[in-house]
Design a protein around this ligand. Sequence first.
Ligand code: G6P
Length: 609
Amino acid sequence: MCGIVGYVGPQQCTDILVDGLRRLEYRGYDSAGLAIYDGKKVGVVRAVGKLQNLVKALREHPLEGSLGIGHTRWATHGRPTEGNAHPHVAGDVALVHNGIIENHLELKRQLVEQGVKFSSDTDTEIVAHLVHRERQAGHDLATSLRRALALVHGAYAVAVIDAKQPDRIVVAKNASPLVIGFGDGEMFCASDIPAILPYTKRMLPLEEGEFGVLTRDGLELTTLDGKPIDRAPRTITWNASQAEKSGYKHFMLKEIHEQPRAIEDTLRGRVDLHAADVVESEIGIDANTARSIQRVYFLACGTSHHAALYGRFLVESIAKIPATTELASEFIGRDPVVGPNDLVVCVSQSGETLDTLAALRVAKEQGAKLLAIANVIDSAIPRAAGSSFYTHAGPEIGVASTKCFTTQLAAMVLLAVFIARRRDVLDKDRAQSILQALVEIPHQMRSVLSLDDNIRDLARSLAGARSALFLGRGVSYPAAVEGALKLKEISYIHAEGYAAGEMKHGPIALIDADMPVIAIMPDDKSYEKIASNVQEAKAREGRVIAVANRGNADIGAIAQSVIYTPKVDPLLSPLITTLPLQLLSYFVADFKGTDVDQPRNLAKTVTVE
Ligand code: G6P
């Protein structure tokens, strides 16, 4: 997720901007840059990698002035290079952006036809050129940005300055965060509160569709189409570390709550509801590959392996192709047989996991078709695969994966529908209903996340458990194994995720009154069967906690506690049932006082075999 900082006032702002960017480092980034007005023109300095590289570049090419914008870039469109780093310049205009421009291809084509030359691969540069075009047509900076944004679909927080109107920063927000800071004769803007907290505590977070002009005298706040808004700043009482976590106690909890937004970002520009289809240019494989493959082979580790289990389920049930999911470390540990008729999909949030990379290389040697699903653009696995499909979860700081996992689940739905439509095995109506249900998932997720308090109470009663069993069947099996993994990762309670049908072949021997059994049992074709399995657990005094759909009148009779979730398309239920399990693990760990964001012995990115 990119970070934005802006300053207008009496002070030299280079250090203020760099300092602000430093406080946004936790958001993750791969390049950074500043644009500062020096009294005559806007100078830009950018650098790939850590902020110290930008500081070094600024030593070689100093920027001075008291109007400026800064940016840390988390690559989504275009590799992490200096040319793709922000700010982007067009004429006298310099602009920074956080978000994703959905219709970037179309807008770029139009601008290229008008003779515009692009110097980057980013979607952001398009907005800079659109603003510049409006400036040339004689509009002031604010009107130019308004007119440019009227053409843009997507998510954005933008901040723009112009050497020809050098007393202001113009900002706008739609779906990406931006907060305005009120100083004494100076104004700030930033993606998040900590960036500017040392300078002011008076802040105004912008709301969707708001537009602001910042000058030394204050903020002129309007809607995007110019209607005045009267809202006063509030005083922030958080300290800097609380502010980094937006007031949440841990990054993991913050990231759990970011999931609706992460799914929206991952779906943005990729779903064509009208055509009941997935946009081909976004998915990393072409129609020919989708038609010709005879098997899909998912390879992954850890949480990504659980997303891959869901991928297997969907590819078979929606796209009707045989599919296999395997742990990458096991794949390289035997003599696997894959070939040109197989699509090997390597799934990895970091894109750097060594086992997955090694497995990909084995598949490549054998001539399989390759696709990487990753969250980090241009990381090793997408580069080695040559074809990639990026999730847009933004950087995940908590070691235990949450939003990266659910965005991987959403990616699996898109992949399966894309393949199915190319092979004519999914009719338009069903494709439309799946995709419609998928775009509604963020809304359903928000309703689950509001159950926070109930789940906290339930977690208190689990904190003393020594072991727990998570059961799921069919589409809920991946959610069960992921639920167990989360609990063991952060609370250090031993937990097993099991296919419910297998319970009678072993784990049933463990069940007694001390053993919580968490059953994921939404209304779907496996419901009756898992209900029988749960009865078996109950008969042995197991303490059953069910995750079931709202409106299920019978579940109270079998389960001791129930977490009710909204009913969604049965194929998509893991995108919902996963959330209460994440919260449950989180609260259990928090009660136990473990290091939630950095659990012992675990690493976010594992680059050893
Ligand atoms: C580590 C992380 C896990 C992750 C696994 C695979 O163990 O702690 O959260 O699931 O690696 O990582 P990847 O980046 O390939 O998804």
